[in-house]
Design a protein around this ligand. Structure first.
Ligand code: 5GP
Ligand code: ZN
Length: 113
């Protein structure tokens, strides 16, 4: 399978992880859309939210808690958590990931991911 994020997870593509454990990794987006832009990614190759099964409830929860912990580490008072879902939803990489975006100076971060 030719999946960039699987390659990153398997360390076939050098990428610094800001966080990793047995089920998720997090790393900086290569083309940041915000001053702080991390991707939180399950180690399991799940194509997108569209392909979620009931047994994925735990991993989805894990992605959100991981993003929350990273945001707290950066002292972010507000931020965006975004899943792009399918091509029509702007998803380019077909390996589920949660975008953590923040760090804007003004109060309302108005951006499109
Ligand atoms: P999507 O549009 O699929 O939700 O977002 C995929 C994100 O992955 C994009 O923001 C893109 O900049 C990022 N990305 C694509 N390829 C790489 C890569 O090789 N390394 C990193 N760190 N990010 C990537
Ligand atoms: Zn993958």
């Amino acid at each position: 399978m030719d999946c960039i994020f699987c390659k990153i997870i398997n360390k076939e593509m050098p990428t610094d992880f800001i966080y990793e454990d047995e089920s998720v990794v997090a790393f900086g987006d290569i083309r940041p859309s915000a001053p702080i832009h991390y991707l939180v990614v399950p180690r399991e190759h799940i194509q997108s939210i569209i392909y979620l099964q009931k047994n994925h409830q735990e991993i989805i929860s894990k992605l959100i808690f991981t993003a929350k912990n990273i945001a707290e580490k950066f002292g972010l008072k507000g931020y965006k958590l975004v899943f792009n879902v399918g091509r029509e939803g702007g998803q380019i990489i077909d390996h589920l990931h949660l975008h953590l975006l923040g760090g804007w100076k003004n109060e309302a971060g108005k951006i499109n991911v």
